[in-house]
Design a protein around this ligand. Sequence first.
Ligand code: HEM
Length: 144
Amino acid sequence: MKFYHILKSAHSGWRYLVLILLVVAIVTAIAGWLGKKPYTEGNRKLNVFTLIFVHIQILFGLVLYFVSPLVEAGIRYWKMEHIAMMIFAAILVTVGNARSKRVEDPSGKHRTIALYFGLGLIVIIASIIQMTMADPSRSFFGVS
Ligand code: HEM
């Protein structure tokens, strides 16, 4: 198996961990925000963990970008849109986590995570949907 194929499968499968962690972190943050719950060490760890998993996915993607024949072929979605949207989503998650540290009150911390991680998730989902339109052989829940 070539390096490209291993990396492609890793990047393809890692998306599920990213999506699951984002959903869990967002649901937890909304529950904490609306339920006026304390911001626990567990909450902080979940959010940092989610951030790290998003960053690992970006690293897989960045390496893939230089070895994928699709980028080489100059296909617009892979060359421009995928990287731009995914990096933007990762910036939202990174900024959200950083800002949550600076907010004092627990409900504000939960709200910051819910909003930034929520927006990041929407951008990721939009980009994956766009991928299935740009390349009909791909599906939202496929693994390649
Ligand atoms: C949160 C961030 C990201 C997510 C959730 C994500 C998700 C995905 C998904 C679902 C695929 C299709 C896999 C398949 O069809 O099985 C894919 C492919 C790809 N991604 Fe990402 N991606 C992210 C970030 C990035 C970044 C930042 C880059 C580039 C710098 C990148 C480069 C690529 C490339 C080049 C492919 C096509 C690989 C190929 O089939 O040759 N990704 N990504």
